[in-house]
Design a protein around this ligand. Structure first.
Ligand SMILES: [Zn+2]
Length: 205
């Protein structure tokens, strides 16, 4: 986040003008220098899901006005993120860069048949094998659902309501109608729609 934005400068007020917080135990506004009570929660952003700042009313308004989950990502990074989300954040092999590794990966994919990120194990067909080989606890949601959640910027603790809310928010943000007809982010929108469909098909929403 950017506390140095002009928006914050404009609304920044001197300590003498701020209403002092009477209750010493009450949490303060997280805006630097603000002494008012931090009564409003604001998400800290990408990579810090579930973490919140506490702000007074004025500062939460300012924060929300400048808040953007994808802030700091330029269009290329955003496109790369959407692509990564689509292939499940797996490393991709480039032929020629490390052709031996590429061949091995290719062989592994064909021979082992285990490299199928899009296989949906809704009926837990592979569950038995997983239980035999892995000692880790079974993940709460399947790999497809988890990746779809990731694509929406959510973690596996997100419930149906949270998923729906996030989906609506992202569609609104990336829809061409919301961007003056700009269609450059349609790819991202497609990823969002795909992720939501996957969550629907796995019964998460
Ligand atoms: Zn404040």
């Amino acid at each position: 986040m950017n506390f140095n934005s002009r928006l914050f400068d404009r609304i920044r007020i001197g300590p003498s003008e701020a209403e002092a917080v009477e209750d010493g135990d009450a949490p303060r506004c997280d805006h630097p220098g603000c002494t008012r009570a931090g009564e409003f929660r604001a998400p800290q952003g990408r990579g810090r899901e579930g973490k919140f700042f506490l702000f007074c009313l004025e500062h939460v308004k300012a924060y929300n006005a400048t808040y953007n989950y994808f802030a700091g990502m330029d269009d290329d990074a955003l496109a790369a993120y959407a692509k990564e989300a689509a292939i499940g954040h797996r490393p991709t092999w480039k032929l020629g860069v490390n052709s031996k590794a590429a061949r091995m990966a290719q062989r592994g994919r064909v021979a082992g048949g285990g490299e199928q990120p899009d296989v949906q194990d809704a009926f837990n067909i592979f569950g038995a094998r997983r239980a035999q080989t892995a000692s880790q606890p079974e993940p709460r949601v399947g790999v497809v659902a988890r990746k779809a959640l990731e694509a929406l910027g959510l973690d596996e603790n997100a419930d149906a309501a949270a998923i729906k809310a996030k989906y609506k928010e992202l569609v609104k943000r990336f829809h061409p109608d919301a961007n003056g007809g700009d269609r450059s982010r349609e790819g991202t929108l497609q990823e969002i729609l795909k992720a939501y469909q996957q969550l629907k098909s796995t019964g998460m929403v």
